[in-house]
Design a protein around this ligand. Structure first.
Ligand code: FES
Length: 154
């Protein structure tokens, strides 16, 4: 099994933005189960840490659950993310949603304020930052423009 999984990664290129997400999507499309050892193989292939690949896998699984329940994730198609390869990620995501029978499409947005780390996807309160191969919770407290209080207190 390990050899066949490794062969699936042969077409995955280097450390380009979102490479681990695209590879994980390829596995889902082939109905290959993604466990810790699979993530380890993928991490070695992409020269990423196992923790990075596991976090991306968990983000993807959570995003798919949310999408299945009707909470679609957001895809940034702003300038920085587009230049970084957002189109490739978007195509891979669209194939996976179709494969899962989810007809709703991701919400296209034009900035998620993560430009230095994109292409950026967001599901719930967690960003997937393809440029740095990280998942990061939204922790910023948005401020009221008039008096700088958090918006929730305004
Ligand atoms: S352009 Fe995508 S996060 Fe800003």
């Amino acid at each position: 099994m390990q050899d066949s999984r490794a062969a699936l990664f042969s077409a995955v290129g280097g450390t380009r933005a979102g490479a681990e997400l695209v590879a994980l999507i390829q596995l889902h499309l082939r109905d290959v189960s993604v466990d810790q050892s699979t993530c380890g193989l993928l991490a070695t292939k992409l020269q990423l840490s196992v923790a990075q690949v596991l976090a991306t896998s968990e983000w993807l699984n959570a995003a798919l659950r949310r999408a299945h329940d009707g909470e679609m994730f957001a895809e940034c198609h702003g300038t920085n993310c587009t230049l970084g390869g957002a189109g490739d990620l978007s195509s891979a995501v669209a194939m996976l949603l179709q494969h899962r029978g989810i007809s709703a499409q991701p919400q296209k947005v034009y900035c998620l304020s993560q430009c230095d780390h994109g292409p950026t996807l967001r599901s719930g309160d967690v960003f997937y930052l393809a440029g740095v191969h990280e998942c990061r919770a939204e922790t910023r407290v948005w401020r009221c423009a008039e008096d700088e209080r958090p918006v929730s207190e305004a």
